[in-house]
Design a protein around this ligand. Sequence first.
Ligand code: HEM
Length: 283
Amino acid sequence: MAPAWLSAPRAAVSLLDGAPASRFRSEPPARVVAVVFRPRTTGVSVAAQRRVVAVATETAPAARGDEVGTPFMEEMRAAAMRLHSRDQAARDGKKEAQAPMEPPIAKWQPTVEGYLRFLVDSKLVFETLEAIVDRAAIPWYAEFRDTGLERSEPLGKDLEWFRQQGHAIPEPSAPGTTYASFLEELSEKDPQAFVCHFYNVYFAHTAVGRIIGEKVAEKINLQKELEFYKWEGDLSQMQQNVRARLNRVASGWSRAEKNRCLGEMEKAFTYSVDLRRHIFMFP
Ligand code: HEM
């Protein structure tokens, strides 16, 4: 069966196929970018399916937030969506844009071997995040235990399924091991920056991760919905709970600490894209 289908908005669809997107605008005069995300999974309320989940202003993060009491997760989300806009500008061939981080998903030519490498590396990254918050060397990391978003166990089941189908399961490779050690170190040195990676790894997986799962399954003719793309319970509710926990933790941070977290966004994107190289640049 195909993985849970995710109905991406027009803007996101254009990120998939490289066509211009009017909503993911990259430059002024766009002041507001609104993105509608409609997961068509069971257990997701109609209200949740229709909600507008992102309003990203072009205002600098430091100028917002504190004074108006904006929950920090809105700043985080806006910063993430700004990077999507920038990447879209690159895909649209805008002169001032940098090179896109990765090719549009529609153009990927994945193989089972490449996908397996990605799954193995992803498992290592999720295991690392989960171990860090379990250990809670920084006491407030404990807030991020048992969110329901954990992925290392489902990934273990998926890899076992592939093994039973006769596939050799590779050892973790450089993108996974490099990111895992980076996260270990960062979690001790710079907790606020670590939170940026925590947010991106989990929330990007529920957004573009599911789109990728769908597209790759089609292309490699995978006759199974992987556990990686299934959550026990209401996903949108779990996301809301995690956002609330992140907001609670960040409410105790200074402006400088919040900015350190926001400033880590680009690095989080780069590491994530690196993990996916096995799928879009195999062999
Ligand atoms: C092919 C590239 C990508 C596509 C097509 C894509 C697509 C999307 C879509 C459709 C959403 C949902 C927007 C919404 O909820 O309204 C989203 C959100 C998001 N994406 Fe991406 N994305 C891509 C790359 C990335 C990368 C590399 C990262 C970094 C790890 C990332 C991080 C996020 C985050 C953090 C959110 C916000 C989630 C939330 O707060 O609900 N995305 N993306």
